[in-house]
Design a protein around this ligand. Structure first.
Ligand SMILES: [Zn+2]
Length: 370
């Protein structure tokens, strides 16, 4: 049994557990809000905490270039820098480098060379640098550098990415890290059954503190994504946390929890807020819609967030239409509360042995409206 992860209940493949990090415990399943540039956009860390968030994401790529990971280290590390005392997970930058495909100059077995998005100057990421940046940031969980090919690439390209991802994980596994920092491996392989299996087994074999399912939710068929998650999660060590990278819609969250995933993140709640939309039990509400102009009700009747307790749909619609910052903040608060609560509710349901009913109830009311 891993010392850092304790499973407290199971229900089918779904699990409830507690992850112990250098900055506190994280009950799982857990949704992790994304603070790409050392901020969950528009929100104060105290607000994020009051929404029930237990762990945040920071971004290796962006923080390395602005303001610089050495600067953050010199100022006492990422926790102090951004005023968040709870656990932080930093991704390795692999996803950012490879999703900004036009900026890549070359990929070789040693690393990847690209032009950074800030000033276009040439930069190079290697497993050694990804480990060094994350050690400087002092995050609680560091991720391995992986090669993330886009959905729909040829099998040859996918196989190359799987091979490199394992090689890089092998190198990063033995590199220095921050005090108490956990390290997670990442499996690739897209939705190709053989390559996904190979990658998952190779990464699992390396004995990381936790393991991530990477390279999914990037535009492939959703049914194939869930099916791949189902069987590949089961190949990862049961006594270590499993992290699905990049899912945040209600249906997706419930599906991956059902497959035995413990952690997940997504920019969806805050990005949706910035488009003027709210996630609710009934589906997505576009607050720009004229039908909310005189609607005195809250965004979601069952929500206890600061936006729903105090303000009407009509008022938030007015703020959104006038591009007032408060509108953006209220929608961000609400959307984050919504997904954090969805995951917390799933945890309670798993502990009661009622996850299937919970999932069915939550999906039943979900009719995506505008
Ligand atoms: Zn709310």
């Amino acid at each position: 049994m891993s010392e850092t992860f304790r499973i407290t209940a199971t229900d089918g493949a779904a699990r409830a557990g507690v992850l112990t990090t250098a900055h506190g415990e994280v009950p799982t399943p857990v949704f992790m809000p994304v603070g790409t540039k050392a901020t969950v956009k528009t929100l104060d860390p105290d607000e994020v905490r009051s929404l029930g968030a237990r762990i945040l994401l920071g971004n290796t790529y962006h923080l390395h270039f602005r303001p610089g990971d050495e600067l953050i280290r010199d100022l006492g590390g990422l926790h102090r820098f951004m005023g968040w005392e709870g656990p932080i997970l930093t991704d390795s930058g692999g996803f950012q480098v490879f999703s900004l495909r036009d900026t890549i100059a070359r990929v070789d077995d040693d690393g990847v060379t690209f032009r950074n998005v800030y000033d276009g100057s040439e930069a190079r990421f290697t497993p050694e640098l990804a480990a060094g940046i994350q050690a400087n940031l002092g995050s609680d969980i560091a991720m391995c550098l992986d090669q993330v090919p886009p959905a729909g690439v040829s099998r040859r390209v996918l196989e190359e990415a799987v091979r490199r991802t394992t090689e890089w994980a092998r190198r990063q596994r033995v590199l220095p890290r921050a005090d108490g920092q956990l390290r997670f491996g990442i499996a690739q392989g897209g939705v190709d059954p053989e390559l996904r299996r190979r990658s998952t087994e190779e990464i699992a074999e390396l004995g990381f503190d936790g393991n991530a399912i990477g390279g999914l939710a990037i535009g492939e068929d959703r049914g194939a994504m869930f099916e791949t998650t189902d069987w590949s999660a089961a190949l990862l060590p049961a006594d270590r946390p499993r992290y699905f990278m990049g899912i945040g819609d209600p249906e997706g969250i419930l599906e991956v929890i059902e497959a035995g995933v413990d952690m997940f993140d997504c920019v969806l709640p805050t990005r949706t807020a910035r488009t003027g939309s709210a996630l609710t039990r009934g589906g997505r509400l576009n607050l720009r819609n004229a039908r909310f102009a005189r609607d005195p009700g809250p965004l979601d009747e069952s929500c206890d967030c600061p936006a729903c307790v105090r303000f009407s749909r009509a008022y938030i619609r007015h703020l959104v239409n006038q591009q007032e910052v408060l509108g953006l903040r209220l929608l961000s608060l609400h959307n984050l509360r919504f997904v954090i609560e969805l995951a917390r509710g799933a945890r309670d349901a798993i502990e009661r042995g009622e996850f299937a009913a919970y999932k069915r109830d939550r999906l039943e009311t979900l009719t995506w409206q505008s």
